[in-house]
Design a protein around this ligand. Structure first.
Ligand SMILES: [Mg+2]
Length: 370
């Protein structure tokens, strides 16, 4: 069992300036509410399946402009032929699934989040579609031998947010404030950036609340809850700039969300039009509004939310992985179309078919079953 204490470690490295984050005791000292109600496993399983399925539906047409993707494929509602599966139409992982499920694997081995064990795990196998920040982290940690708290890239890409969901699993039956520091440590390991780490903790707070909900929240809830956690962690002095020519935005991520999302909703923009208005790439100033806007408009319908993410976002595998985790946590496994569940191979590496499902069985037995 790990002796790693994420609260103490985070306090130390925030104070020393190695981890770029506001101390935000109003977030980190709060005990999450107990998850009451029936067996939470179908929701947790839905969260993990939604993440993997969103990635798998998207990663065969990643990074295309939505209208070009539509011209090539029409509306994607099923797995496309995959070159790593001999052209079969099945669900295969890219980095989103791999790093999420390796986080779960490392936590099962260690008993929870352990920064060095997780760092070694991320450096241990081939990553499909690896992003530049994770590549930089691997170089810093494995090749340069830097300590984990100096190895993260100063990147506001979405590569931490896409894989953060599993960190809540060890906390399901015994919630403590370590939920938030586990999320922050796991995030900052590869992406040492305020918008990234703040978004990861905020997304964990959103997921946690979704697990306890009996019905879908109002559209405004997604934005309000996310900002409530992101804002104190990010603070008011960050400068994220829009990549849209002529858009002069330069400020915190939370303020961008506050400025753009209610306006898009009031104008009843569809997901593609809204996504195009701020771009929907791998930069968090684009990914986060895209994810939240799809959830605001389609969060009540798990299938449609994932379909919109896969079709209407530029970095569609990651947007769909994040949206999929959220709607899976809200609606549970049964709301995810059976054709998607059956077509998912459960790989986390090149040839380990079914390993993701084995990790899920272990997580259920260890942290959820009574
Ligand atoms: Mg990917």
């Amino acid at each position: 069992m790990t002796t790693f204490d994420s609260r103490e470690s985070l306090r130390k490295h925030v104070a020393s300036g190695h981890v770029d984050l506001a101390p935000a005791p109003e977030v980190f000292d709060r005990t999450p509410p107990a998850l009451t109600g029936p067996d939470p496993w179908p929701r947790l399983e839905g969260m993990l399946l939604g993440l993997m399925i969103g990635d798998s539906l998207g990663n065969t047409s990643e990074s295309q402009l939505p209208h070009r993707r539509f011209d090539a494929h029409g509306e994607i509602r099923n797995y496309l032929p995959h070159h790593r599966a001999g052209g079969r139409e099945v669900g295969l992982p890219s980095d989103d699934t791999q790093l999420a499920m390796w986080t779960l694997e490392s936590m099962l081995e260690q008993g929870g989040v352990d920064s060095d064990a997780l760092a070694k795990k991320f450096c241990s196998s081939r990553i499909f579609g690896i992003g530049s920040a994770v590549r930089e982290f691997v170089g810093n940690y494995k090749d340069e031998g830097l300590p984990w708290h100096e190895a993260g890239a100063r990147s506001a890409g979405n590569g931490a947010l896409m894989r953060i969901a599993p960190v809540l699993l060890p906390h399901v039956r015994n919630p403590t404030p370590a939920l938030w520091s586990d999320a922050a440590i796991a995030a900052t390991l590869t992406h040492n950036d305020r918008a990234s780490t703040g978004s990861c903790v905020a997304f964990i707070a959103v997921l946690w609340d979704l697990l306890g909900m009996d019905e879908p929240p109002a559209p405004e809830w997604w934005l309000e809850r996310f900002i409530e956690v992101l804002k104190p962690l990010e603070g008011g002095d960050t400068h994220y700039r829009s990549r849209i020519p002529g858009d002069t935005y330069d400020g915190p991520l939370w303020a961008f969300l506050e400025q753009r999302l209610p306006d898009a909703l009031a104008r009843d923009l569809d997901a593609r039009t809204a996504g195009n208005s701020w771009y929907s790439g791998a930069y968090l100033l684009e990914t986060v509004p895209t994810v939240l806007y799809i959830l605001m408009r389609h969060g009540h319908d798990a299938e449609e939310a994932i379909v919109r993410a896969v079709n209407d976002a530029r970095d569609n595998d990651t947007v769909a992985a994040i949206v999929g985790a959220a709607v899976g946590a809200l609606h549970g496994t049964d709301a995810i179309p059976i054709r998607w569940r059956e077509g998912l191979l459960g790989r986390t590496r090149e040839q380990d078919d079914g390993h993701a499902f084995e990790l899920m069985r272990q997580a259920q037995a260890r942290w959820v079953a009574r």
